[in-house]
Design a protein around this ligand. Structure first.
Ligand code: SF4
Ligand code: SF4
Length: 153
């Protein structure tokens, strides 16, 4: 049984993980493990990095192919896609955000992990609207690159 089935919260052991080199390039982490009939992420990817065995299967990212463009983030109805890029001691996490108030570039926000615990602060470096979803990039301490998945403005 995976961690997610026990706790209802995804943990790192439930996920397809990139190598350190792939994280330096910047890649999409697909935090989607349920078998649901959904595939807009596959259709959205300009380099065909995301695939599925069938419409109900969880998506898989080909990290070698992924260019970290973030186009799959806003299209995901489950808000389950995050682009992570590690550079030296810092990391940039790009995440979907649908709460108010909207963050603005230059804001310092609370950086939250998957269960909503504050793990530090993030500097907002980019905000883009994709449909009704804001796609927000924050710069954080690199050691939390695979933990921070939400913000509080
Ligand atoms: S970040 Fe861009 S290249 Fe990577 S999987 Fe998403 S859409 Fe494809
Ligand atoms: S669009 Fe989102 S919820 Fe749907 S399969 Fe892709 S990652 Fe999962």
């Amino acid at each position: 049984m995976c961690e997610y089935e026990k706790t209802g919260v995804l943990s790192i052991t439930d996920l397809q993980l990139p190598t350190g080199k792939q994280l330096e390039k910047g890649v999409a982490i697909l935090e989607c493990v349920e078998e649901i009939p959904c595939n807009p992420c596959v259709e959205s990817c300009p380099v065909h990095a995301i695939s599925m065995k069938d419409i109900n299967a969880p998506p898989v990212n080909d990290f070698e192919r992924c260019i970290g463009c973030t186009k799959c983030i806003g299209i995901c109805p489950g808000l389950a896609i995050f682009v992570v890029k590690v550079k030296g001691e810092k990391a940039r996490v790009t995440l979907p955000y649908e709460f108010v108030p909207a963050p603005k570039v230059g804001n310092v926000v609370k950086a939250l992990d998957r269960i909503g615990v504050v793990r530090g602060e993030g500097l907002v470096t980019k905000v883009v609207k994709q449909g009704k979803t804001l796609v927000v990039t924050i710069e954080i301490d690199g050691k939390y690159a695979m933990d921070i998945r939400n913000i509080r403005v």
